[in-house]
Design a protein around this ligand. Structure first.
Ligand code: OOG
Ligand code: NI
Length: 465
C-alpha cells in the first residue's frame, strides 16, 4: 500500500466544498448573487482597512477568506449521524460542540463538523452544522411511529460512498482517484430532491407537528439547506441585499455592530418556495410546495472565554427579555438600538478584552524578541510582562463555531414564526447524542483554551531557543 499516494484531508475537504458550492449555485442562483455581493464588500473592506488586512494576514485567515465557510444539514436517525461522522472524517472534519435547540423551540440537537487544527482550518475552513431530529419530542405517538417506519427504510448514503469510507478507514486515507469518486458520491447525499417520499396527507401531518420534521422526514436525503460565505462587514451586506434583489431576514443574529467584533453575527435570505411532487399510490403525484433552502452570511469575530460568553449571554438575554423574545420586522430597529446600548458595558478594544480575560488570542513573538537576553528561561507566568515589554504581541483568535440562540433564529426565519413559538419540555441530552454519533464531541471551550496555549508554548520555545 502506497500511503504516500494519499491526498490530504484538506484537499478532499476543499474539493468537496467546491463541488457542493457549484451544485448549490446552480440550484439556488440567489446564493451565487450573494457570493458576489460578499466578495465585493470584502474587497472594499480589505482595500480600505490596512489594520484588518494585517490582522487576517498574521493569523493566516486571509488565504481562506474567499473560500466557502459553512453549510447545514438535518438528519433523521442515529445511523445517519453515526455514518455522517465517518464520512466527514475522511475529509478531516470532526464533531465540535453540542448545541441543544429544543429549548429554543426547534426539535433537534446538533454539532458542527470541522477541522480542528489551525493550519488545517486555514487551508480548508469548510464546516457543516449537523442536526439530528429528536423524535422523542413528537408528542403524537401514532405519528411518531409512522415517522420511525419511514426513516427506518431510508438509506441516505450511496453504496460506493460507504465502500470508500470503509476503505479510507482501513487504509488511513484515499488516493486522488478514490478521493474524486468519494466527493462525487458523498455529494449525492446532500442533493435536493423535488419528489417527496411521502404522500401529501402525510406531509401535511408532519408539517403540522413542525415544519422542520416535514423537511427531514418527507425527503430522500438531508439536502444541504444553506451555504454561508464569510463577510468582513455584515451590516453593509445586509444593507445592500435588497438592491441586488436578495430578500434579507429582518435582523442580524448575535452581538451588535462593534469596532472589535466578537463571536458570530449572521443574517440570511429567506428560503425559496420550491415545487415538490408528492408520492401517490394511484399514479400521478400531487404537486405542492416546500420551503427549505436559503442562503446565509456570517461575520466572525474574536472567540470569547467562558467569562466573556457569560457576559454576552447576559446582555443578549436582557435585550430579548425587554422586547418580549425574538425580534421581528416590527421591533427590529428598537431591538438593535437596545442591544447596542446594553453592550456598551462590553469592552470594545482588544487590549481590554485581553486584560479582562474576556476573549482568546494568538500570541506571536515580535522583531524585538530576536534580541532578548538568553540568560534565563521564560515561562508561562512571564507572558504578561513579555507582552508589556514588547517581546510578544497578540491577535484575536477567530470564533470558529456557532451560537445556539442565533442558530434557532436562523432556523425560525426559514420555518415560519408559528413553529418558532413551540415549547419543548424535553431536557438536553448530550450523552444520547454522543451515543448516536458514536463518539464524544470536542468540548468547545477546551478547544480554544488549548489553541491559545499552543501559541503561547510556541512563543516560549522560540524565546528559549
Ligand atoms: C441550521 C441552522 C444553524 C447557523 O449558522 O447557525 C446554522 C439549520 O437551519 O439546519 O446553520
Ligand atoms: Ni448557518
Amino acid at each position: 500500500l502506497d500511503t504516500k499516494a494519499f491526498v490530504s484531508p484538506e484537499y478532499i475537504r476543499n474539493r468537496f466544498a467546491s463541488i457542493m458550492s457549484d451544485m448549490y449555485k446552480n440550484e439556488v442562483p440567489l446564493y451565487g448573487d450573494l457570493l458576489d455581493l460578499v466578495h465585493d464588500i470584502n474587497d472594499t473592506v480589505l482595500s480600505e482597512s490596512a489594520a484588518i488586512k494585517e490582522q487576517l494576514a498574521n493569523t493566516g485567515e486571509i488565504t481562506r477568506l474567499n473560500m466557502e465557510r459553512h453549510g447545514a444539514i438535518r438528519l433523521g436517525k442515529p445511523y445517519e449521524l453515526f455514518t455522517m461522522r465517518r464520512l466527514f472524517k475522511v475529509m478531516g472534519m470532526f464533531p465540535v460542540g453540542y448545541y441543544d435547540l429544543a429549548t429554543a423551540g426547534v426539535p433537534v440537537h446538533s454539532t458542527a463538523f470541522r477541522a480542528i487544527e489551525n493550519t488545517a482550518l486555514n487551508q480548508a475552513p469548510f464546516r457543516v452544522f449537523t442536526s439530528l431530529l429528536r423524535l422523542d419530542l413528537i408528542d403524537d405517538n401514532n405519528l411518531r411511529e409512522r415517522v420511525e417506519t419511514i426513516l427506518e427504510d431510508r438509506q441516505i448514503f450511496t453504496q460506493k460512498a460507504l465502500e470508500l469510507i470503509e476503505k479510507s478507514e482501513k487504509q488511513g486515507g484515499l488516493n486522488k482517484e478514490d478521493a474524486e469518486i468519494f466527493v462525487q458520491e458523498a455529494l449525492e447525499t446532500f442533493r435536493w430532491h423535488d419528489t417527496a417520499t411521502v404522500d401529501y396527507e402525510m406531509y401535511e401531518a408532519l408539517l403540522k407537528q413542525h415544519r422542520l420534521i416535514a423537511d427531514v422526514v418527507a425527503f430522500k436525503g438531508p439536502h444541504i439547506n444553506h451555504l454561508t460565505p464569510r463577510s468582513l462587514d455584515i451590516d453593509k451586506v445586509q444593507a445592500n441585499m435588497e438592491a441586488r434583489h436578495i430578500p434579507p431576514k429582518d435582523n442580524i443574529e448575535g452581538p451588535p455592530t462593534r469596532k472589535c467584533p466578537v463571536l458570530l453575527r449572521q443574517t440570511s435570505f429567506k428560503a425559496l418556495t420550491e415545487k415538490v411532487t408528492f408520492k401517490n399510490d394511484n399514479g400521478n403525484g400531487k404537486m405542492g410546495e416546500h420551503k427549505a433552502r436559503f442562503g446565509e452570511i456570517e461575520q466572525r469575530g474574536v472567540a470569547l472565554t467562558q467569562k466573556g460568553l457569560d457576559l454576552y449571554n447576559e446582555l443578549l438575554g436582557k435585550t430579548r427579555k425587554a422586547i418580549g423574545g425574538s425580534p421581528n420586522a416590527e421591533n427590529a430597529a428598537e431591538y438593535n438600538k437596545l442591544l447596542q446600548e446594553n453592550f456598551t458595558v462590553f469592552p470594545d478594544n482588544y487590549a481590554e478584552l485581553h486584560s479582562e480575560k474576556l476573549a482568546y488570542f494568538h500570541y506571536f513573538t515580535t522583531e524585538k524578541a530576536k534580541n532578548i537576553s538568553k540568560d534565563r528561561l521564560f515561562r508561562k507566568e512571564d507572558v504578561p510582562q513579555l507582552l508589556d515589554d514588547g517581546y510578544l504581541k497578540i491577535e484575536p483568535m477567530v470564533y470558529e463555531d456557532f451560537l445556539p440562540v442565533s442558530a434557532a433564529g436562523i432556523f425560525a426565519s426559514n420555518l415560519g414564526t408559528d413553529d418558532a413559538k413551540r415549547n419543548y419540555e424535553g431536557t438536553s441530552n448530550q450523552l444520547l447524542f454522543e451515543k448516536d454519533l458514536g463518539a464524544p464531541v470536542y468540548e468547545l471551550m477546551k478547544w480554544y483554551e488549548d489553541m491559545q496555549d499552543e501559541t503561547i508554548q510556541k512563543c516560549l520555545a522560540e524565546l528559549n531557543a
